[in-house]
Design a binder for this molecule. Sequence first.
Ligand code: AMP
Ligand code: MG
Length: 323
Amino acid sequence: NRDSSAAQAGHSPAPLPISKKDVNMETKIFPAADPATPALAARIIRSGGLVAIPTETVYGLGADGLNPEAVAKIFEAKGRPGDNPLILHVTGPEQLPLFCHHIPDVAYLLAERFWPGPLTMILPRQDIVPLQTTGGLETVGVRCPDHPVTLAIIRAAGVPIAAPSGNTSGRPSPTTAAHMIEDMDGKIDGIVDGGPCTVGVESTIIDLTVTPPRLLRPGGLPLEALEEVLGEVAVDKAVTGPLAAGEHPRAPGMKYRHYAPHAPVTVVTGAPDRSARRILGLLSDQAGVICFDEYAPLYAGHIIHRLGPAADKSAQALSLIHI
Ligand code: AMP
Ligand code: MG
């Protein structure tokens, strides 16, 4: 809804302290610019540990995607339900046959055009990919991320890296190493600091096991870009609206709560001037407003988080932060 704006009301957004009982290991920080980083991070992955990795979309919480015990640690650190599958991060289309079968030609066309980049393809899994990684599904999500240090780590590890977004389940996805530290310090072996993510939201997920291919989750790559390559693309019901009781989304993650900030949020939709009147009534010195740039002047003197121009979805994706 182009005209909608969101207001945040209630208590100040104090970050939750990490509970002491969870802090039980040293989390090392590896700068992306350090030439030793890929080998050090790869060694942790190979030995079954957890490393946060930068990608262009969001920071991921990575483990050896072929090692069920390593993968189990991801679910534990995030508090992620076991039926919510992980995405396998690979070095490029040449690795598709190692982890998938019945790969249609369009998978290679998509990879050629959009990889490395924010596109995840769902394909039938090879037996080498454990069910722990796929949340019990016979399919697997595969993506080649566009970040040089993460590609170097995957190459050095010699295994695909299973990595969901690095946040605690339900929280906003991390887009800087500082966000990663906030959520995972003391719970994982290391964090590779690759700077801020350039896309800021998750990858787009396309299911290539059905005809026509089906968009399961909107993300960093627009639907229109997929349609240019694929022609007709079906859009899963879970993308366009809430599912009825008993209906299951094809992307299991779509049934869970996402991007929940610590502070209470009130969403106000409608014409800008009417919305502004309502929002101004909700603001206080502890409650700010999240709005598009155009509407910021309406709230002068209040706490404002600007989401970018109303028409610029890429800028908006980048400004969705840990608020
Ligand atoms: P995250 O990496 O946290 O963005 O989560 C990955 C999401 O990708 C999951 O929550 C699922 O919704 C989706 N996904 C991963 N693998 C599959 C698969 N094999 N089939 C359908 N959806 C998948
Ligand atoms: Mg996630």
